[in-house]
Design a protein around this ligand. Structure first.
Ligand code: NAP
Length: 284
């Protein structure tokens, strides 16, 4: 991975931290994105100390606002002319309805609209790389997902798991639509389920039975380092060159839900997401 620039969101914790550690070990230039500067700096120092790779940078951005995503893009563009690997990993699970400062339901924003906007604003830099990859961290939860175009925010009947599943289905639809739209370029997009991983995603922002169930399940979950493996595989495996739009589990292509392969749906989602982010799509 020498000479390759990799941008990873949600890099300060859980799966994202381990992806950064592994890519730094393999010699990549690792650009970490995190919303908490102190935590980000601490992890950055750990990665440099453990891997000996000094080409690790931190960009601070809160991806729950459109301006936060734009700020991250601008900070990245100020330093780099190309991007080889973009890992859209930052994600959140909430049991209660929370609206962002832009009036968007938070899981829809952080889990889907932020990756959509970030990717679109960085597409030219991805095209500048010799062979670029966009990796969207989805989940098996997409299987119970449905895109409710009439009520993307889940107003009135909010259920956290339904909103999470919707956003994770959106990750795969976005991946597949990107693959269609990028056909003929040397930019590929992949989605994946990392496994059920022992991180804090299930109890950081959730209450009630869900938080308890997550804590009880922890002994049966895989480690964050193991959870990072499919992402690292997708970022580094030379044999994937030429493949596009696939969903992976355990570093192997895997079937995803019928909805996730519906081209009409992915095209509609692209257009609706474009509408939601329109004001922020143009790079100055
Ligand atoms: N763990 C699993 O079993 C599992 C299964 C399937 C899919 N996934 C997916 O894997 C990805 C990583 O999750 P994880 O399990 O590693 O969870 P995690 O440890 O909670 O990490 C999530 C990361 O996203 C960041 N994040 C959340 N909201 C953000 C915001 N507004 N702005 C910027 N960053 C934000 C978090 O930052 P803070 O530390 O500041 O909160 C953290 O760095 C997610 O997309 C998740 O949906 C996880």
């Amino acid at each position: 991975m020498q000479g390759k620039v990799c941008l990873i969101t949600g890099a300060n914790a859980g799966i994202g931290k381990e992806v950064c550690m592994e890519l730094a070990t393999r010699g990549a230039e690792v650009v970490m994105s995190a919303r908490n500067r102190a935590q980000g700096e601490q992890v950055k120092d750990q990665i440099i100390a453990k891997t000996g790779n000094k080409r690790v940078r931190l960009l601070v951005a809160d991806l729950s606002s459109f301006q936060g995503v734009v700020g991250l893009c601008e900070a990245f563009r100020a330093e780099y002319q190309k991007l080889d690997v973009l890992v859209n990993n930052a994600g959140i699970f909430l049991t209660d309805y929370r609206e962002t400062s832009d009036g968007i339901e938070t899981q829809w924003m952080v889990n889907h609209l932020a990756p959509y906007l970030l990717t679109r604003r960085l597409l030219d830099l991805l095209k500048n790389a010799q062979e670029a990859r966009i990796i969207n961290v989805s989940s098996k939860a997409h299987l119970r997902g449905r895109i409710d175009f009439n009520n993307l925010n889940g107003n009135g009947k909010y259920d956290g798991l339904t909103a999470y599943s919707q956003s994770k289905l959106a990750n795969i639809l976005f991946t597949k639509e990107l693959a269609h739209r990028l056909a003929g370029t040397h930019v590929s997009s992949f989605a994946l389920h990392p496994g059920v991983v022992n991180t804090h995603i299930g109890n950081k922002n959730s209450g009630g039975w869900m938080s308890w169930a997550w804590k009880l399940g922890k002994p049966f979950m895989i480690s964050p380092a193991k959870g990072a493996q499919t992402i690292v595989y997708l970022a580094t495996e030379p044999q994937l060159a030429g493949l596009n739009g696939l969903y992976f589990v355990n570093s192997r292509p895997h079937p995803s839900s019928a909805d996730s392969t519906d081209r009409e749906l992915s095209n509609k989602l692209w257009k609706v997401s474009e509408e939601q982010t329109r004001e922020y799509l143009t790079v100055a």
